[in-house]
Write a protein that binds this ligand. Structure first.
Ligand code: PEP
Ligand code: MG
Length: 576
């Protein structure tokens, strides 16, 4: 039995058998080969092409039966890539000339093709890059004798162990087949962790040794609450974890009685408690836990795990559903926030050294108004079905807010011309997640209807700590004095301009930090649905005056650690 320590990413305890997933990106070493090996390498290449062809035809048949002919035809393009004489001949001639292993050469030729296609100013040809990549990976896998891992096709319930998982890998998982997951790298507020929470799959990330120490078939206990993974536990440990699991379930249920009750402090101040969702069907979890609205609907997951972008009608149907289900409660739709650690294959975003500082979120939408407008029109159209608001991610200053609103106004005008109704007074908010926005909150407050603080990003940008990097996770401190001061500035500026301010980052769902936020004057908390009952209970157990005292004291400390210890002690006092 060994115990591994990591970062608690998604709460809960699961016991299950490990299933190790190899890295999708293959590291292929360059190896010299002799003249005599050339025919063998060519044979290897041909076998891999034949095997890949067979796989694709089989997949095409399956998809054809399940989804129809049109969907199956997508694979015709894949088959064409496999038959491309130029590509095949280039691999063989370079193999003969350079005398290197075929896997290495194939990968090089593939890279060249991808970069040529990506540069061509033609949408159709650009889309072929995804096909080439897809087929290329299949061929490489067959060349290296690897099995294809498909997380969405797992049959038995397992614990996934991987070096890393992207948010879209996680989005493809099902609670039915994945008991938990463990990764070598990652941080608490990475989108992979956020996705695990929304799927209610316990997860521990940043376990540096996970893929080295765990083998497929090992028995694992994954404690996503404490960030611990036990490999091949003895009976005694297993038993104690089972009883801990029961206790945890009991705690969640204990607070569920708050479901129909408002989040109101003892001295009569009503606080808005909303939920964060990633998928429309999560509205049932929101209602089950007593959420009074949705403070953050992360719509980019709608674009994931698919080759095309959702159509305006698909957007509209999803937003209409959420609006109607939650009506009359508010639903804040956050416009497309791709980039950072969320990549969407259909947009072919160029590789960036610092994706979190790069072409992401509102920057992408302002540069591609034709994509942005599809979503904006759909939100506007759905606004007649409930209480919808919208907000833009990653606003860094007033000019971006104005540019986004200009495009929104164009979208509104397009609907008016067609006689399509929408909520003319729809509220438009700005996420405050870039330090420059937090510092100029007074200016932004003049032109935004509300603020929502995205603490996950605000912390990473202010403290210069990559939110998805376990190596610097110890520096990621929501309680850092710089963060508290920034938040105070945002709240005070919003209130001076008479607008509401919420927080939809993970910080809002940590009870000890929530105490401080409440005291700083936060109007709305948007958190994962499962935490709502506990937060409501906390708010109902204290006065706003008490919270204000706590916040004032917290602002006087000089380190995040002191703030955290103080807030924890106060929390224990209140919940006693
Ligand atoms: C945030 O940054 O706090 C936020 C809520 O947005 P996301 O986590 O999706 O970046
Ligand atoms: Mg963010």
């Amino acid at each position: 039995m060994i115990e591994l320590k990591g970062i608690a990413a998604a709460a809960g305890i699961s016991v299950g058998v490990a299933y190790k997933v190899d890295k999708e990106e293959f590291i292929i070493s360059r190896q010299d080969i002799s003249e005599a090996q050339i025919p063998l390498e060519i044979q290897l290449f041909e076998d891999a092409l034949i095997k890949t062809r067979r796989e694709i035809i089989e997949l095409q048949k399956k998809i054809g039966l399940k989804m129809g002919k049109a969907e199956a035809q997508i694979f015709d393009a894949h088959l064409l890539v496999l038959e491309d004489r130029m590509l095949i001949e280039e691999v063989i001639s370079r193999l003969k000339k350079d005398k290197l292993n075929v896997a290495f050469i194939f990968q090089e030729v593939l890279k060249k093709y991808v970069s040529i296609f990506a540069k061509i100013e033609d949408e159709y040809l650009k889309e072929r890059v995804a096909d080439i990549n897809d087929v290329g990976k299949r061929v490489l896998r067959n060349l290296l004798g690897k099995e294809k891992n498909s997380l969405s096709e797992l049959k038995n319930k397992v614990v996934i162990v991987a070096h890393d998982l992207s948010p879209s890998d996680t989005a493809a998982m099902h609670k039915k087949s994945v008991a938990a997951f463990v990764t070598d790298i990652g941080g608490k507020t990475s989108h992979t962790a956020i996705m695990a929470k929304s799927l209610e799959i316990p997860a521990v990330v940043g376990v540096e040794d996970a893929t080295n120490s765990i083998n497929t078939g090992d028995m694992l206990i994954v404690d996503g609450t404490l960030g611990v993974v036990v490999v091949n536990p003895d009976q005694k440990t297993l038993k104690s974890y089972y009883s801990e699991e029961q206790k945890l379930k009991g705690v969640t249920e204990k607070f569920l009685f708050t479901k129909g009750l408002p989040a109101i402090t003892i001295d009569g101040v009503k606080i808005e408690i909303n939920a964060n969702i990633e998928f429309p069907d999560e509205v049932s979890a929101v209602k089950l836990h007593g959420g009074e609205g949705i403070g953050l609907y992360r719509t980019e997951f709608f674009y994931m795990n698919r080759k095309d972008s959702p159509t305006e009608d698909e957007h509209y149907r999803a937003y209409k559903y959420v609006a109607e289900e939650m009506n009359p409660w508010p639903v804040i739709i956050r416009t497309l926030d791709l980039g950072g650690d969320k990549f969407l294959s259909q947009f072919q975003i160029p590789y960036e050294m610092q994706p979190f500082l790069g072409w992401r979120a509102i920057r992408f939408c302002l540069a591609r108004p034709e994509i942005f407008k599809v979503q904006l029109r759909a939100i506007l159209k759905a606004s007649v079905h409930g209480n919808l608001k919208l907000m833009y991610p990653m606003i860094s200053g007033i000019e971006e807010l104005r540019q986004a609103n200009k495009i929104l106004n164009e979208a509104k005008e397009e609907l008016r011309v067609k006689g399509i109704l929408f909520d003319e007074d729809i509220q438009v908010g700005a996420m405050i997640e870039v330090p420059s926005a937090a510092m100029t909150a007074d200016i932004l407050a003049e032109e935004a209807d509300f603020f929502s603080i995205g603490s996950n990003d605000l912390i990473q940008y202010s403290l210069a700590v990559d939110r998805a990097n376990e190596k610097v996770a110890y520096l990621y401190e929501p309680s850092h004095p710089a963060i508290l001061r920034l938040i105070k500035n945002v709240i005070d500026s919003a209130h001076k301009a008479n607008i509401n301010v919420g927080m939809c980052g993970e910080m809002a769902g940590e009870p000890s930090f929530a105490l401080i936020l409440l005291g700083l004057g936060l109007d709305e908390f948007s958190i994962p649905p499962q935490i709502i009952p506990e937060l409501k209970y906390l708010i109902r157990s204290m006065t706003l005056a008490q919270a204000k005292e706590i916040a004032e004291a917290a602002l006087r400390f000089s380190t995040g650690k002191e703030v955290e210890e103080y807030a924890q002690a106060k929390l224990r006092e209140i919940l006693k």
